[in-house]
Design a protein around this ligand. Structure first.
Ligand SMILES: [Fe+2]
Length: 245
């Protein structure tokens, strides 16, 4: 579903767009290439690719999957996409986690039903480990990676600059949500101390669209939502926690 010029919403479990448990999955449409942002929980991203086709776009043009972090609901389809020739772009830490598997990396108990989805995510890897500030040109759509740890050590936010009108749009994964909500998981997943500094690269960017991994996305005024969380931390307060979903 096209939701803005050059931005499509192609996956979401809660919205019924793709498999149950999938995070929001977006597609950036550049002149030269397409790029997914995250790939959901499902090992087989067929439903996501079907949505790409229904928007009149050819999945064979997908060059990158910009991975906001390696949590199971965002990264389950990585290995299938790699089999299609898609390069996974993400944090070097995500590379470590995907190679080791969350069970071994975080030392999780696979017998715990709550942790089973984490333990069952297929092993994979990051093809392009990003440096902070690294840019990618999709043709008229420039994407810049910012390391924004806190929710997870491997969280990356991708900021899209649409060159036709100069507007900026942020894909934040689980780093920050609508109304400045954040998602803090128990250690070892989240690092609360790191959160405040982790959001600082997103200051002052005049972000319009804010496209997180869950809950609502917004088309305009996204910077205000990011700043609500930043200002809470700056004043020694906890931002509001995102409800579990
Ligand atoms: Fe997450």
């Amino acid at each position: 579903m096209k939701i803005a010029d050059g931005i499509h919403w192609v996956g979401s479990g809660c919205a019924g767009l793709s498999a149950e448990g999938d995070c929001h999955v977006y597609l950036i449409e550049g002149r030269d290439a397409l790029a997914l942002v995250d790939c959901g929980k499902a090992k087989d991203p067929a439903l996501i690719l079907k949505n790409v086709r229904e928007d009149g776009l050819d999945p064979a043009r997908i060059r990158y999957c910009f991975l906001t972090h390696s949590h199971f609901d965002h990264a389950g389809g990585c290995e299938s996409l790699r089999g299609m020739g898609v390069s996974i772009v993400g944090s070097p830490i995500a590379d470590d986690i995907l190679r080791a598997g969350a069970r071994d990396y975080y030392r999780l108990d696979p017998e715990d039903p709550q942790l089973r989805p984490w333990c069952e995510t297929p092993l994979s890897r990051v093809d392009v480990p990003v440096a902070h500030g690294q840019t990618f040109d999709l043709g008229g759509m420039k994407v810049q990676a910012f390391l924004t740890p806190g929710h997870s050590p491997d969280s990356v936010s991708f900021v899209l600059t649409r060159q036709s009108d100069g507007t900026r749009h942020a894909f934040t994964g689980d780093a920050v949500f609508y109304r400045g909500m954040i998602s803090v998981l128990a250690p070892p997943f989240s690092d609360l101390i790191g959160f405040r500094e982790g959001l600082s690269p997103l200051a002052g960017l005049d972000i319009q669209g804010l496209f997180p991994g869950h809950l609502m996305w917004v088309l305009k005024g996204g910077q205000r939502h990011i700043d609500i969380a930043r200002e809470a931390f700056a004043h020694g307060q906890m931002p509001v926690q995102k409800p579990f979903s």
